[in-house]
Design a protein around this ligand. Structure first.
Ligand SMILES: Nc1nc2c(ncn2[C@@H]2O[C@H](COP(=O)(O)OP(=O)(O)OP(=O)(O)O)[C@@H](O)[C@H]2O)c(=O)[nH]1
Ligand SMILES: [Mg+2]
Length: 720
C-alpha cells in the first residue's frame, strides 16, 4: 500500500484541484479533439503467455485490445489490473485499441468470466465500450474522399440509421438516397439521408462501369440488373435521381419512372442480389417515424424540419445540468451508455469528495493537537513535562482513525495527488465499498463531515451525494433521475452530446392547445458542446454552422469565482465567460444566427448577493441599485429584489456587448437548471424565438415581392 506524508498530501490535493480548473480554462491548448496514441502490437511467441513466458498452447487466453499481448489464466488479472478501459494491460491505459479488435469490444473470453463475477464483468465490458480512449477516431474514417471531423462522426453515429459496424476506412455516401458503401464497391446499406458528412459523391465512387448514373454515381452491374428487374427502362446512357423513398426519376424529366422499394418482390430481389433495402421502420419518405408525429400532419413540411439548438458555456456554467434536466422533462431516456457513465461519474466523484474530507480530517486532527498543546502549556500551576504533554497529545482524539482506515486515507490522497483517481475509480469501487461504509460510520469522519463547510475544495453538490455515500459505493448502485441531475458532469466520449426532443402535447386550454399542437409536432435537437472541445479561438465551431439557434450559458455566480493560470495569475470567471461569449458570437459560422443567453444559477445568486457585491467583478463596477426602504416590498414587481436587479443589470451588459459585436438583439433568460420548470421555460423560449424568426422571414418575403425597397428597412428594424 502506498503511504504519503501528511504534508505531501495536503499540497497534493490543492495541486490536483488547480490543475482541474486550469484544465477547463477557455485558453486551453486543446485545439483538436483528444487523440489517443497507438500502441504497437507486441511481438511474442503466440503460444506463450506474455507475462510468465510459459508455453500454454493457448486453449484459453485473454488478449489485450491495445497491444495484442496474450495472457494465461494465472497472469491475466495481474497484467490487466483494475481494467478501467477494459481488457488492456495496465501499461496500455490511455492508448487506442488495435482496430482489428474493434469487433470484440465488450466481448470477453470465458476464461475471464470465470475469474470475475457477472457484475464485475459487465462493468468492465461497459467501460471497454464507452471509455474515450476506445472510441473510433474520426480522422480514420473518410466519406466521399474527405476525412471526417469529430462533429461529422457524431452526426453519422447518432443519426436514426447509422452505418452498421463503422470501421476505419474509405466510404462513399449518397446523401439524397442514403445509399452507403465502401469505396470501389456496390452499396451495402441505406443509412439516414441528408447528413452533412463528407464531401460530395464522386462519379466513380463505387467503380461502376454501366454508364448509368444515379445521383451522380455511376452504378455497378448488380444495381443495373436490379433496376431492370424492377421494370425501369435503362436504355442508353441515362442519369437518374433516386430519392430516399425509392422513387426514381430520369434527370431533367418530371415524372417518376418507378418506385423501387414499393413492392415486396423488389425487396426480395435486393436480398437475393445482396443489395441493401431501407430500414424496416423508415416511412415512405425514408425518414424515421417518430411517435407518429409526422403521419398525416398538415404542417408536415415544418414538422420534418429538425430545429438544431447549440448549447455551450464555460465549465461549471451548468450546460450539463440543463441537458440532463431537458432529458428528464421531455422524457428522453438516458441510453444505457449514459446511464453507466453517470453511475461511474457519481461513484468516482464520491471518492473525490471522500478524499477532500479525509484531507480535512488530517488538518482538523493537527489543529486539535496544536490547540491541546497550547492549552496544556497555558494551564496554571506547575507546568507538566513537555515529553508528557507530547505523549498525551498523541493519544486518540475525536479526529483519529484506526491504522486500516489511515492506510486507505493515505492511499486515496496519494492517488489524488498523482491525479490518477480517474483511472482507479470506478473500477476499484467494488473493492472499497466496505471501507466506505466503515469510514462513514466512524466518529472521526462524521466529526469532519459536520465541519464540511470549512472545506473549500468540497463542492456544494457533495452534500447531496455524501448523504448517500454507503448506497453509492455499492456495486449494484442504480442512480435515480435526481442523482443523475446532480451528478457533476456528463461524460460523452468527445465532449459533444446530442438529444432529439419534442415539446409534449398540452391537454388543457383550447386556444394554446391549437398553437402548441402545431409546435409539438416540431422536432428539436439539443447539441451540447464542451467549451474545451471548440478549441482556441473557437476553431471547431465551423462544425456547427447548420444550427438554428445558439444558446450560451453563463453562471450568475461567476463574478465571485476565479481561475488561476500556471503563472498564478487569477482571472475573474465572469471575464472568462465574457471572452468566450465574444468569441462565440463573433464567429463567422454564427453570423446570421440568433443567440439566447441563459443566466443560470439564479437560486445561488439570491443566496450570495447580499454578502458578495457585483462590483467584485471589474466589468460590473457601475452597478448601483436603488434599494427600497419599504420592509414588505422586497420582491414585489415594482420593487424587485437585489438578485433580480443584478440579473437585469448583467443581462443588459451582455445585450450591449452582443449588439456592439453583431448589431443584433440578444435574447436573455433567467435559469435555475436544477429546476424542471425553469429549463422547460427556457427551452420553450427558444421555440418562441425560432417561431418569431420564421414569421419575420415570411413577412420579409411578402414585402420583398410587394415592395423590394421596403424590405431593407424591415430587416434593419427587426434585428435590433
Ligand atoms: N444551485 C444550482 N446549482 C447548479 C445549477 N446549475 C448547475 N448547478 C451545479 O453546478 C455544477 C456545474 O454544473 P454542470 O452542469 O456540471 O456544468 P458544466 O461545467 O457546464 O457541465 P460539465 O462540464 O459537463 O460538468 C454542478 O454541480 C451542478 O449541480 C443551478 O441552477 N443551481
Ligand atoms: Mg464541468
Amino acid at each position: 500500500m502506498l503511504v504519503a506524508g501528511n504534508q505531501g498530501c495536503r499540497t497534493a490535493v490543492v495541486t490536483f484541484c488547480e490543475t482541474q480548473s486550469s484544465d477547463v480554462s477557455t485558453d486551453s491548448d486543446e485545439d483538436e479533439p483528444r487523440m489517443f496514441p497507438e500502441k504497437p502490437i507486441v511481438s511474442s511467441d503466440s503460444k506463450k503467455c506474455f507475462r510468465c513466458h510459459k508455453w500454454k498452447g493457448f486453449t484459453e487466453r485473454e488478449v489485450g485490445i491495445a497491444c495484442g499481448a496474450k495472457y494465461c489464466i494465472n497472469c491475466v488479472l495481474r497484467a490487466m489490473g483494475a481494467m478501467p478501459e477494459g481488457r488492456k494491460c495496465s501499461t496500455c491505459i490511455g492508448y487506442r485499441i488495435n482496430e482489428s479488435k474493434r469487433d470484440s469490444l465488450g466481448k470477453c473470453s470465458a476464461m475471464l468470466k470465470r475469474l470475475l463475477s457477472k457484475r464485475q464483468m459487465d462493468e468492465i465490458m461497459e467501460l471497454e465500450k464507452s471509455c474515450q480512449a476506445n472510441q473510433l477516431p474520426p480522422h480514420l474514417v473518410s466519406v466521399n474522399g474527405k476525412r471526417l471531423s469529430l462533429r461529422e462522426l457524431v452526426d453519422l453515429q447518432s443519426c436514426a440509421y447509422p452505418p452498421k459496424k463503422l470501421r476505419p476506412g474509405n466510404y462513399w455516401y449518397d446523401k439524397v438516397s442514403g445509399l452507403w458503401g465502401k469505396e470501389g464497391h456496390k452499396p451495402c446499406q441505406i443509412i439516414s439521408p441528408q447528413l452533412a458528412v463528407g464531401d460530395t459523391i464522386k462519379k466513380d465512387a463505387s467503380k461502376g462501369n454501366t454508364n448509368i448514373v444515379i445521383n451522380n454515381r455511376e452504378i455497378t452491374q448488380v444495381e443495373l440488373y436490379m433496376l431492370k428487374l424492377a421494370g425501369i427502362n435503362c436504355e442508353g446512357d441515362v442519369c437518374f435521381w433516386l430519392s430516399a423513398d425509392g422513387s426514381c426519376q430520369e434527370e431533367g424529366m418530371n415524372n417518376v419512372v418507378g418506385k423501387i422499394w414499393d413492392k415486396t418482390t423488389h425487396k426480395l430481389l435486393c436480398h437475393a442480389l445482396r443489395l441493401p433495402i431501407p430500414p424496416a421502420s423508415a416511412n415512405s419518405s425514408g425518414e424515421e417515424v417518430r411517435n407518429g408525429l409526422d403521419a398525416g400532419d398538415p404542417c408536415s413540411t415544418v414538422s420534418k424540419k429538425l430545429n438544431k439548438l447549440l448549447l455551450a458555456g464555460c465549465d461549471q456554467s451548468g450546460t450539463s445540468t440543463l441537458f440532463k434536466q431537458a432529458k428528464i422533462v421531455y422524457r428522453v431516456p438516458f441510453s444505457e451508455e449514459e446511464h453507466q457513465n453517470i453511475t461511474y461519474t457519481i461513484q468516482r466523484n464520491l471518492y473525490r469528495y471522500i478524499a477532500i474530507l479525509l484531507e480535512g480530517r488530517e488538518r482538523f486532527e493537527e489543529e486539535y493537537r496544536v490547540e491541546m498543546r497550547k492549552k496544556r502549556l497555558d494551564e496554571p500551576g506547575p507546568s507538566a513535562l513537555p515529553d508528557l504533554i507530547e505523549e498525551e497529545i498523541k493519544e486518540e482524539n475525536v479526529y483519529s482513525i484506526n491504522p486500516r482506515l489511515k492506510n486507505f486515507s493515505d492511499w486515496l490522497l496519494q492517488a489524488m495527488m498523482l491525479g490518477n483517481l480517474e483511472v482507479i475509480f470506478p473500477a476499484a469501487t467494488r473493492e472499497y465499498s466496505a471501507v466506505v461504509e466503515e469510514l462513514w460510520k466512524h466518529k472521526a469522519f462524521q466529526a469532519t463531515y459536520q465541519r464540511r463547510n470549512e472545506l473549500e475544495m468540497l463542492p456544494r453538490v457533495a452534500n447531496y451525494f455524501l448523504d448517500h455515500a454507503v448506497e453509492i459505493s455499492k456495486v449494484d448502485y442504480n442512480p435515480s433521475d435526481m442523482d443523475k441531475l446532480y451528478a457533476e458532469g456528463i461524460t460523452s466520449s468527445n465532449g459533444v452530446a446530442s438529444m432529439d426532443f419534442s415539446f409534449p402535447n398540452p391537454t388543457q386550454d383550447s386556444y394554446m392547445e391549437a398553437v402548441d399542437q402545431y409546435s409539438s409536432s416540431m422536432r428539436y435537437q439539443l447539441i451540447r458542446v464542451h467549451a474545451s472541445c471548440v478549441g482556441k479561438n473557437c476553431k471547431w465551431l465551423d462544425m456547427f454552422e447548420d444550427v438554428d439557434l445558439v444558446i450560451f450559458c453563463v453562471s450568475l455566480t461567476e463574478y465571485t469565482e476565479y481561475l488561476e493560470d500556471y503563472n498564478g495569475v487569477c482571472t475573474n470567471k465572469m471575464m472568462e465567460s465574457k471572452k468566450l461569449f465574444e468569441n462565440f458570437v463573433s464567429h463567422p459560422a454564427f453570423a446570421q444566427k440568433h443567440c439566447l443567453l441563459l443566466l443560470n444559477k439564479f437560486d445561488i445568486l439570491e443566496e450570495i448577493i447580499d454578502e458578495c457585491p457585483l462590483s467584485e467583478c471589474e466589468w460590473f463596477q457601475d452597478f448601483n441599485p436603488v434599494i427600497s426602504r419599504h420592509p414588505n416590498s422586497k420582491t414585489s414587481n415594482n420593487n424587485p429584489s437585489l438578485a433580480q436587479r443584478a440579473y437585469h443589470y448583467i443581462a443588459v451588459k451582455f445585450k450591449r456587448l452582443y449588439n456592439s459585436i453583431t448589431e443584433r438583439k440578444l435574447f436573455v433568460s433567467q435559469l435555475t437548471a436544477l429546476e424542471a420548470d425553469s429549463v422547460d421555460g427556457a427551452l420553450k423560449y427558444t421555440r418562441e424565438i425560432l417561431k418569431w424568426n420564421e414569421e419575420r422571414r415570411k413577412v420579409m418575403r411578402d414585402w420583398t415581392t410587394e415592395s423590394p425597397e421596403a424590405s431593407t428597412t424591415l430587416e434593419a428594424s427587426t434585428i435590433t
